[in-house]
Design a protein around this ligand. Sequence first.
Ligand SMILES: [Zn+2]
Length: 451
Amino acid sequence: MIVLTNTLTRQKEPLSVTGNKVRFYSCGPTVYGLIHIGNLRGALVADLLVRMFHLNGLDVEYVRNFTDVDDKIIGQARVEGVTSEAIAERYTREVQLDYERFGLIQPTYSPTVTGSMDAIITMIAELIQKGHAYQSGADVYFSLKTAPRYGALSHRYANDAQSRLEDVAKKQDDADFVLWKGSKPGEPFWASPFGEGRPGWHIECSAMIRQYLGEEIDVHHGGEDLIFPHHENEIVQSECATGRPLSRFWVHHGFVTMQDEKMSKSLGNVITARAWYEQYGAELGRYFLIQSHYRSIVSLTQDKVESARQGLRRMYEAKRSALAASGTGIAFRVESVRAAMMEALNQDLNIPAFFSLFFGAIREWNTHAEHASREDGEALLSLFAFVTEATGIGALEPDALEDAAAALLAARLEARQQRDFAEADRLRDALLKLGVHVIDQKDGTQRWEKV
Ligand SMILES: [Zn+2]
């Protein structure tokens, strides 16, 4: 039995699905730049959930969208002097590349706003027709007073956070939010019964869910910063349009922080998934970001990255020793630890307990490894295969760099952050001797290539 924390009830509840199938939606990125590792953590949490559903023998219909129409995209297009389409296309490609490199399971569908425009327009028209939305000038707004259950998820009511960016004068009520924005000169637009314009952010998820998964889904996932207002708005839009509950489970993951601040583009304290990949590789990124419980905060420090690296090293050492085992035998068994690890996954995706059980088995192995037989080795390897299936760890290329070079790179990044440029130069030379050429990036990170 799978138990998940449901944000709707603030409780751990057993997941029951109809027809052995989980209909699962995870809010995807807005494609106006490279994703940062906080965004990547979200994609990895969705990935872990899907793997856990599969291990329980469930079919999964998994949808993750790309927001390819948005104010931020239009803004970035102006900065670069290119079209919004060019920005959205480029960063959809770049984000897909990051997803592939970090070994993320492909969703069943990855819809875009531009590809779902008919479904979006249909839903807005329905909301108007049912009296839950109104046209004001060239815009359409959702009327919050027609949705008395608003706030069920966040226990909050609309505050000015959601009206700040909108044209208050056009609304019947400050709390109302936009479904359709009339086009302004130079902005992308689509024809609709409400005039030329483009959809607001919230309506796209509601429309895509209905188009790809139906009117009621099992699990909806996103970052905890989306609970309000985004998910609250999704709920009222969908439920007022269909008359049915949108999702039975709402699952939210915590932030990634740096120096105790939430990592976000607006705060400017981001490490992109790309920079991480280039510096540390995908395997360490995946392991570092998934090893904490999904609901807790991941705080990024050099020590924690280093200890994740040590953890991976212990795993791979044990794996090598299992592959080489040729002793007389230690009767190594993994059935009970595997069952306990599965139970940890099913208990609200308890990855810390999962890995602590796994490391327990590795310790046990290490104590007797010198006498282990081939059969013993195969038992441990089968546990590794299970870990890979459940978490993706073990399936990605190991660090492309030798440990020594990786440690020097990390030390050099730190030296630069401390503005100790003499030390940074010394480490650059040391790296070059190991065949690694370091290139400093404008954003303070470093790229490397083998020479
Ligand atoms: Zn969404």
